[in-house]
Design a protein around this ligand. Sequence first.
Ligand code: FAD
Ligand code: MG
Length: 309
Amino acid sequence: MGTVITERVYGDNAEAVTEKILNRMHEIEDNLSINIRTSSISQMNSGSKGSIYSEEVIKILETAKRYSALSNGAFDVTIGPLVKEWGVFTEHPRVPAKQRIDELLGLVDYKSIDINKKENTAKLTKAGQLVDLGGIAKGYAADEAVNVCIQNDVKSAYINLGGNVSVLGSKPDGSPWKIGLQNPRGLEGEYIGILNIANKTVVTSGDYERYFVKDGIRYHHIIDPKTGYPSKSDLISSTIVTDKSIEADALSTATFVLGLEKSKRLISGLQGVEAVFVTKDKKVYVTDNLKKYFTFKDESGEYTYVEKG
Ligand code: FAD
Ligand code: MG
């Protein structure tokens, strides 16, 4: 998936389980990647109508549609044509002409994914549309990694799929896992705070991992489906803490696009979903139920923890 996987698995059969997890990750990538010609998603993107897909693919597409609707289209899984045009993941990223962006915006519309759950079929209804699961599938994969652990009687594990962290149980000594939150403007591994958690997932979207610079302007990889340009909300990082990583992944991307105020409202209406938002002016907001698990620890001295508000 173009990213680094870290697994810490404890128990008698830990080593064998790490292998099983890697095999499962390869299966998922083979099934969902837009970069693999034979994947289900590539098949769908190439205009196949009425193809039958695995329940896994149908479930992810449905979840993606649900979060697209919930976020009022800030997360839109049909963002593919724009991601491709910007080419952030290629050797030659570029700033597309405004006219081209406007043309492609007409293809971004999650509602036009036609899913038939009974028959496990799905299709895109407009020619040229592309599904891109980049904002949600690492979360699904993290959930599956945890499932492999549970199926193999593992009680304690830490899985990190390029920033999608899921933990099963607590650490072997019974203490909570400590998950560092990256300083969005610091060096890798410089934190602004620590989350002390067990049995949860922590997923962050930010503008600092994947980007290119052209004429002094930084262009990152999360596209605002309303404008077709890299999202320019007031957030520089958005972290979601909840039970299911697929949901956290979709919501981290959605909230990053929505910005602070709309995201606070969205999250407050969702049971069991908590968040840490970091704004451009370097303020850190933590949802109320998460505060007792969060330690503000800004090594740079540049951030302010907004404890009330
Ligand atoms: P997130 O915020 O979770 O997601 C951002 C990504 O979602 C963008 O990169 C884009 O793909 C998509 N997106 C952008 N805007 C929106 C929006 N408004 N709504 C919905 N989605 C949006 N990377 C490689 O370099 N090489 C690979 O071979 C490769 N293969 C992959 C295979 C799979 C199955 C998956 C899921 C990803 C793959 N990636 C690959 C992508 C890579 O891992 C990305 O960095 C990652 O998906 C982006 O995740 P994130 O956590 O950085 O950001
Ligand atoms: Mg995401």
